[in-house]
Design a protein around this ligand. Structure first.
Ligand SMILES: [Zn+2]
Length: 315
């Protein structure tokens, strides 16, 4: 099992698996980025394994298919369960064209877990397993679930199909309907141990460990933000080679990081104008260009080109 830290959790789940005592619903809760999703994916592998190994044998037909599913999930190409397709007038779930017929992973869709997704989960839950002996549903970030979605899920948990394991992942218990919580077996996850954290993040950064609360995900995003501030300073040095280097680096970042860069750039230009008497016409021209760049990002504009033309105006 790749799950690091959380050794108590690992032993506990192993025991449940070995003794065939897994309940119908599990709730993994705790801070973000400490291994809840990893644990759910690893556990599901074992539950579905045709050779009934605790964490999967890695060789049977189920494990082979399942490993491809996990690769898709981790690389972000997993297709959401809510997607329906019409084929010859017949509605089918698109996930069934995926790699493992007895497993679904449900992440939030547009910021929350929605009722359509839970309806699809319900339909899935009442089907017979097609490859393995059981089926598994993982609902990630269940704390984002809408009230309607929660009620729909509750109905399924009230009459749970005996061959389906539900794993809910949540940052806390309070955000979920108490009626849902009471129908699951709750497993608490803790912040990462310092040593495990350093190993994952690749450096011994004590300050980062403390400010991220021992969360790998939070730390990673904090580090990316720090990187953006560094890029901004380099860009504002207005040295041609730096500007070019920063612009091309930015092309490789996520959309939200590019947006953040533009936002911070505008703030700095404003400050420059107010404190250092940047020429007003120039200030207005630059602000307008940044607004255009922002709009262009959504249409797939290459930020580097936009920034180089902005630089040409500024110089
Ligand atoms: Zn197997």
């Amino acid at each position: 099992m790749r799950l690091k830290n959380q050794s108590g959790v690992k032993e506990f789940l192993e025991k449940l698996q070995r003794e065939n005592r897994l309940p119908g619903g599990l709730l993994f809760y705790g801070p973000p980025g400490v291994g809840k999703t990893t644990a759910s994916l690893e556990l599901a592998r074992g539950v579905l394994c045709l050779n009934s190994r605790e964490w999967g044998c890695g060789e049977c037909l189920s494990c082979t298919h399942y490993d491809r599913v996990v690769r898709d999930i981790l690389s972000g190409v997993w297709e959401n369960i809510e997607v329906y397709e019409e084929t010859n007038g017949k509605k089918i779930f698109k996930y069934l064209s995926g790699e493992h017929p007895d497993f679904v992973y449900v992440p939030p869709s547009g910021g929350s877990v929605k009722i359509d997704q839970m309806r699809a989960v319900r339909d899935f839950a009442y089907m017979k397993p097609a490859l393995s002996h059981r089926k598994v549903v993982v609902i990630d970030d269940a704390h984002t679930m809408t009230r309607e979605a929660g009620n729909a899920l509750l109905k399924v948990l009230e009459e749970p199909p005996s061959d389906t394991l539900f794993i809910l992942i949540s940052e806390g218990k309070d955000q979920l309907l108490t009626t849902i919580v009471s129908r699951t077996y709750q497993v608490e996850f803790h912040p990462l141990d310092e040593e495990v954290f350093y190993e994952l993040i690749g450096e011994r950064d004590r300050e980062l460990y403390e400010s991220s609360g021992g969360s790998y995900t939070v730390a990673k995003s904090m580090r990316e933000k720090r990187e953006i501030f560094r890029l901004l300073d380099e860009f504002l040095s207005l040295k041609p080679d730096k500007v070019y280097e920063v612009s091309t680096r930015l092309d490789k970042l996520e959309l939200e990081d590019k947006e953040l860069f533009l936002f911070l750039l505008e703030e700095r230009i404003k400050k420059n104008f107010l404190e250092k008497g940047l020429n007003y016409d120039k200030f207005e021209m630059l602000s307008q260009r940044i607004a255009e760049l922002r709009g262009g990002l959504g249409r797939g504009l290459r930020l580097s080109l936009g920034l180089l033309s902005l630089y040409a105006l500024w110089r």
